[in-house]
Design a protein around this ligand. Structure first.
Ligand code: 13P
Ligand code: SF4
Length: 371
C-alpha cells in the first residue's frame, strides 16, 4: 500500500506519523487557539457597520503619507483586496515585498506568510494587522516533532511547504509552494523525501515523482472539507463546467477534478481558458476575486463556499490601526532568518533561476549567498 503512486491510500502513513500530528491537534493550546480565532472571526464579521469607502480613503491617505506597501493574499475580504497595491499568493507577495523600495509592508494574510516576507526582506518593517491570524496547517508541525521525524528517517531531505513557521523552515532542506512542489521534489537527489506539513499536497506530488514521499499528517481544514460527492453533484448539475481543485484537497477530490492548480495558477487559468463555466474547490475569497476579474464567465464554488477564518479575521479597521499605530511588527530572530532563507533561496533558484534570485535580493539590499 505504501507504494501507491496515485496517493489514494491513507495507509501510506505510519501510526507513529499520525500520532505526532494528533498530539498537536488534540493539545489544549491548539484547541484554545482555534476556538479563539473562530470567535474572533464571528465577532469581526458582525462589526460591519462602518463606512467602507471612508475607511478605505483614510487607509490610502495614511499609506501614502507613510510610504507603505499594502499586500493582500488572495483570500482576504474584498474591501482589503481593493485597497492593496498587490493581491496574490504567498510566494508572489514575498517577491513583491522584496522588489519594493518601501520600508513598511502591511501584510494582509496569515502569520507564516508575514514571517516569510520578513525572512526574505529582513531590512523591512513587516506589519501583520492581526497577530491571531495563523494557519491550521502550519500549526500541525513544530520544531520538536520535526526533529523526531528527522531522527526516525536519518539523512532524508526535508521538503517544507511554504505553510510553515520560520523555525520549521530553518530546520528544513528546501521549501516549496503548491505551484512548484512537483518541480522541487524532482530536483532532489534522494530516493526518499520527507514532506511537511501537508499530507494531501505530498500525496499529490507522489503522482508525478519516482521518489518515495513520506508525508507528514497535516492538512488544511478549509481545503480538506471539500468532498468527492460535492464534485459529483456539481458535475450532474453543471455538466458543462470544468472543475478546478487546489492540491491541498484530498486525493479523492483530486481524482474527480479536471484540473489542479495553486491559487496563482487558478487566477491565470480562469483568465486564459476558453471554458465559460468554471467551478473551484478553494477558499471563497479567491473565488470572489476570480469572479470579479472574469465577468464574462460563470464562476462557481464546488459545494458550499469555504472560509479561512484566519484570513477573514483581518478587517479594514485592523488595516487602518496597523498603519496608524505601526503594529503588529513581525520579529524573527536573526539566526532563524539566516537559516530559514537557505531553503527559501534554494526553492527560488530552482523555480525561478539564479539570475532572478540575484535580482530580487539586490533590489532589497539583503545579503545572500548563492550555492
Ligand atoms: P498560496 O501559497 O497559493 O498562497 O496558498 C497558501 C495557502 O494557504 C493555500 O491555502
Ligand atoms: Fe492555512 Fe488553509 Fe487558511 Fe491556507 S486556507 S491559510 S492552509 S488554514
Amino acid at each position: 500500500m505504501n507504494e501507491d503512486k496515485n496517493g489514494k491510500s491513507s495507509a501510506l502513513l505510519t501510526e507513529e506519523q499520525r500520532e505526532y500530528a494528533r498530539q498537536i491537534f488534540k493539545s489544549k493550546d491548539y484547541a484554545e487557539k482555534w476556538k479563539g480565532i473562530s470567535t474572533l472571526f464571528l465577532k469581526t464579521k458582525a462589526e460591519s457597520s462602518i463606512d467602507t469607502k471612508e475607511v478605505q480613503r483614510e487607509i490610502l491617505r495614511i499609506k501614502k503619507e507613510k510610504g507603505a506597501l499594502i499586500l493582500s493574499h488572495n483570500y482576504m475580504i474584498l474591501e482589503i483586496q481593493e485597497i492593496a497595491d498587490f493581491v496574490g499568493d504567498s510566494l508572489e507577495l514575498a517577491i513583491k515585498a522584496a522588489e519594493s523600495p518601501y520600508e513598511f509592508v502591511v501584510f494582509c494574510g496569515v502569520h507564516f506568510m508575514a514571517e516569510g516576507v520578513k525572512v526574505v526582506s529582513p531590512e523591512k518593517t513587516v506589519l501583520l494587522p492581526r497577530l491571531e491570524a495563523g494557519c491550521f496547517m502550519a500549526d500541525m508541525i513544530n520544531l520538536e516533532v520535526l526533529k523526531k521525524f528527522k531522527e526516525k528517517h536519518p539523512g532524508k531531505p526535508v521538503v517544507c511547504y511554504i505553510n510553515t513557521d520560520a523555525v520549521v523552515k530553518a530546520e528544513s532542506d528546501i521549501c516549496c509552494t503548491s505551484a512548484n512542489a512537483v518541480q522541487i521534489v524532482k530536483s532532489i537527489d534522494s530516493d526518499e523525501v520527507l514532506f511537511i506539513p501537508d499530507r494531501n499536497l505530498g500525496l499529490y506530488v507522489q503522482r508525478f515523482t519516482k521518489q518515495k514521499i513520506i508525508p507528514w499528517d497535516g492538512w488544511c481544514n478549509v481545503h480538506h472539507r471539500f468532498r468527492p460527492q460535492d464534485i459529483v453533484k456539481l458535475k450532474s448539475q453543471h455538466p458543462d463546467a470544468v472543475v478546478v481543485a487546489h492540491p491541498e484537497c484530498s486525493p479523492e477530490v483530486i481524482d474527480l477534478a479536471d484540473e489542479v492548480f495553486s491559487t496563482g495558477g487558478m487566477v491565470r487559468f480562469a483568465r486564459e481558458t476558453k471554458h465559460k463555466k468554471i467551478a473551484f474547490a478553494t477558499e471563497e475569497g479567491l473565488i470572489d476575486r476570480i469572479r470579479r476579474e472574469n465577468p464574462d464567465k460563470i464562476i462557481l464554488s464546488v459545494g458550499s463556499p469555504k472560509t479561512c477564518v484566519n484570513m477573514k479575521s483581518i478587517r479594514l479597521l485592523d488595516v487602518l490601526s496597523a498603519l496608524k499605530e505601526e503594529k503588529y511588527k513581525i520579529e524573527v530572530p536573526e539566526d532563524i532568518i539566516e537559516r530559514a532563507r537557505v531553503p527559501l533561496i534554494k526553492m527560488l533558484e530552482i523555480s525561478k533561476g539564479k539570475d532572478f534570485v540575484r535580482k530580487i535580493f539586490s533590489t532589497s539590499g539583503a545579503k545572500i549567498s548563492l550555492s
